[in-house]
Design a protein around this ligand. Sequence first.
Ligand SMILES: [Zn+2]
Length: 664
Amino acid sequence: MDAIKQEIESLRTRLTHYAKQYYVYDTSEISDFEYDALFRRLQELEAAHPEYDDPNSPTRRVGGRVLDKFEKITHRVQMGSLSDVFSFEELHDFLDRVAAEVPDAVYSVEPKIDGLSVALTYENGNFSFGATRGDGFVGENVSENLRTIATIPLTLPEPLTFCVRGEVYMPREVFNSLNAVREREGKPLLANPRNAAAGSLRQLDSKITASRKLDIFVFNLQWGDLYADRSNPDSHFEILDRLHELGFHVLTDRIRASDYDAIRAHIEALGARRDALSYDIDGAVVKLDSIAKRAVVGEGTTTPKWAAAYKYPPERKETKLVDIAIQVGRTGVLTPTAVLEPVRLAGTTVTRATLHNIDNIRDKDIRIGDTVVLQKAGDIIPEVVESLPAKRTGAEIVYEMPTHCPACGSPVVRDEDMAAVRCPNELCPAKRSRAIAHFASKAAMNIDGLGPQIIDLLLDRGLIENAADLYKLRVEDLRDLDRMGDKSAQNLVDAIERSKRAGLERLIFALGIRQVGEVAARTIAEKYKTLDACFDATVESLCEIDDIGQITAESIAEFFARPESRALCDALKAAGVLTESIAAPKGDRLAGLTFVITGTLPTMKRDEASARILQNGGKVSGSVSKKTSYLLAGEDAGSKLTKAKELNIPILTEAEFLAMLDQA
Ligand SMILES: [Zn+2]
């Protein structure tokens, strides 16, 4: 073996050992500084010698490869679920049922981590792959991401082959600091550590996962042998002990017990400590400890009969409701939110809670200044369960919903039979993201590659404020977004450019006017022919169109009467978006020809010229290439003119273009 290879392997062994001591056994045998120095040395050697690559090298902990998608993995042993019990009576019944089959039953009682279940498969002592639970039968291969979790051993001290199941979770401390950063950046907060862990584990870029500092508790042996020379112990409890010995982070706080009182006492003790733990638990699991006896008790239709999950009731706390704030959601619904005196609840500091809607506030008689009871259960956002009128001082204020949208000032409307109060303004800034996503959608302007995620990033960075701003985006603006890169950025710019010629009917649909679907948009485009004409349309003339009733007509007229609509449509037109109907070509004189238009034409606007080309069966392109038939150039033509000259593309003036159209 050459010296380099030897050094690499020695470094890997040492780093693996130190990391295991630190993360799994809580002991440091080496300073952080020394560890970092060894780690860097290994990184350098691996970079210089890719021939000694190993997917289980400790350097893989920091993440690396970016995937296109996750591969599906069929679990060799199903990753099942347990039946829940919600009271100690139900727990007692469960124990009686097991005792009927196994009189001397011994149980393992352990916390139930509120995380994300994964299966880790090892072959000959090496981490081979890991998968999410999925539907229990088929999960996704998230090996790259699992490798970044410091407490998952990548190599075992013995060449064993087996599969374990564990719960990946995000420590509360990590969750809280992640949310603190998101709050500073004005991003929506993550609901709870479990969702955050799930989102982190499903990142295609494992570097992001690595930054999330996930952890795992291993709680079950799925299949395989834990010893090279003897069989597995017939005890779940001892199996976990053995897994810990092999370097896994296994559940702590577990006991073995056989009688109801001891089991109940441990469950209650775990529940009482819940707040102080560094991770979320949502229950306690009681399992028959003997693997052999589990077979005697057997399986139910969907869950085993030898185990039960006791679910803790949601935690409740009292605090003071200081104010009620209004949030305008993406659909324009105004949601009242309680602003609270900070209180610790289920491991996180809660300062806000949802009040759902005004009817809920009235039903529960919640007033500003009230002492209220909060509850947080699972992934539910904290909610106000009730107010405590007995604690009132008389200074409390009865709340009324605002009459105007706090985001845009439009008068709000309350839908018939619905508790929701809504901002009716299609162009309300609170609804921008959704409005732009609709604008770009396939049936509307059909801008390929402009999904909600990209739109949110563009809005967050202030690159766009409305749909018209899309047409100002340049490749430079886009390439760093979401690791898009030059090619995707160029494709998106091209798609946006192409959408300019989507036509009036798509444009009307894209504006997102309430009640106006694709069919109504088409009939409006047919009748009015230009967007400008739509602004003059009256409710009466709109009602003359088949399929357009009074309500739709009013909604359309209302939309076009708003100054924001005028501003948006003017901006779209100025950007070069075709605002005329291209319903049917009037001729085929230009069939097979592709035009590029540049500069300012003497009499025609560019979108008019586009419309004429399309009406005559021609095509319009945004950029000059060898496929361009003609460049229609006006004054101040720039790079497109230069390019056309280089490629010897014929250049037309407006007069020549019009003459071409007039030819028989
Ligand atoms: Zn509004």
